[in-house]
Design a protein around this ligand. Structure first.
Ligand SMILES: C[S@@+](CC[C@H](N)C(=O)[O-])C[C@H]1O[C@@H](n2cnc3c(N)ncnc32)[C@H](O)[C@@H]1O
Length: 275
């Protein structure tokens, strides 16, 4: 089968399955299969898929038809300057979280060797991106999920970026500091919201990574024991005021709400220094 036909058939199948961007995704899947860039396969119709490639493509598309996230089907996903391994043990890193990293880098940019703690590190996205973009930073990522930490460990090997990883439940407190920065993208989907989400999220991403079970509030409290610097937390847009209000109540200084790329209030920040 020729490449163009493979793309067209893939697009039709993804469209019928209700995927949001069948055109783009069909090109991405065929390019991934052939180890080529998307632009290459769009232009070149001379190449044919072998029978083995056709079978592999069929399996990939069948997974996507089940609404498995494209990132899991590909087994990797871009985040900032990194291409990270991802699978169903971790949340797919989101573009809004790239802004969280941006904010962290802005806050620690003047420090030569900032000590950074990423709570709920998942794939290691935030921790690795900070270490990548601030080479002096000494970064630790913690997560309650051993499966997530295995993926984060694979990403340490894959990227060659050194960070420390630890199994840790934030409800037991946080690893001893002092940390110059504590950052987190904690689970913040409200339990009643789950059923309204896209199947890719609702049926595939880990519930522990999604559903708010009080992690944001607990993190805000616990961070005071280990922080001598800044707390940066990604929050639900409907709960940004509440999250900032809690930081004010707890005695954090210079608290503020920052927008994501689409202008929605998604990041809450504050400073804490021990007495
Ligand atoms: C929204 S995901 C964020 C993953 C990654 N930091 C990112 O931004 O893509 C939240 C992460 O918090 C972890 N988590 C949930 N509850 C936790 C707890 N009590 N202690 C530590 N980590 C927890 C989950 O396993 C998950 O990896």
């Amino acid at each position: 089968m020729k490449v163009r036909r493979a793309v067209a058939e893939t697009r039709q199948r993804l469209e019928a399955a209700g995927c949001e961007s069948p055109e783009v995704e069909s090109e991405i899947l065929v390019a991934h299969l052939l180890g080529a860039a998307r632009s290459e396969i769009a232009l070149d119709d001379s190449r044919k898929l072998s029978k083995a490639e056709e079978r592999t493509l069929d399996l990939l598309v069948a997974r996507r038809e089940e609404r498995e996230p494209l990132a899991y089907v590909l087994g990797e996903w871009g985040f900032r300057r990194l291409l990270l391994a991802v699978d169903a043990r971790v949340l797919v890193p989101r573009p809004e979280t790239e802004i969280v990293v941006e904010r962290c880098l802005a806050r620690i940019g003047t420090l030569t060797e900032p000590r950074v703690l990423d709570v709920g590190t998942g794939s290691g996205a935030i921790a690795l991106a900070i270490a990548d973009e601030h080479p002096g930073a000494r970064v630790t990522g913690v997560d309650a999920s051993s499966g997530a930490l295995e993926v984060a460990g694979a990403n340490v090997v894959r990227t060659g970026i050194a960070i420390d990883l630890r199994t840790w439940d934030l409800f037991t407190g946080l690893p001893e500091g002092p940390w110059d920065l504590v950052v987190s993208n904690p689970p913040y989907v409200l339990p009643e919201e789950i059923e309204t989400l896209e199947p890719e999220v609702r049926d595939w991403e880990p519930r522990l990574a999604l559903v708010d079970d009080g992690q944001t509030a607990r993190l805000s409290r616990e961070a005071r024991d280990v922080l001598d610097g800044v707390l940066v937390v990604e929050v639900h847009e409907a709960l940004a005021d509440q999250a900032k209000g809690l930081l004010d109540e707890l005695g954090y200084l210079d608290t503020e709400i920052r927008p994501d790329l689409t202008g929605r209030p998604r990041i809450v920040e504050g400073r804490w220094h021990p007495a």
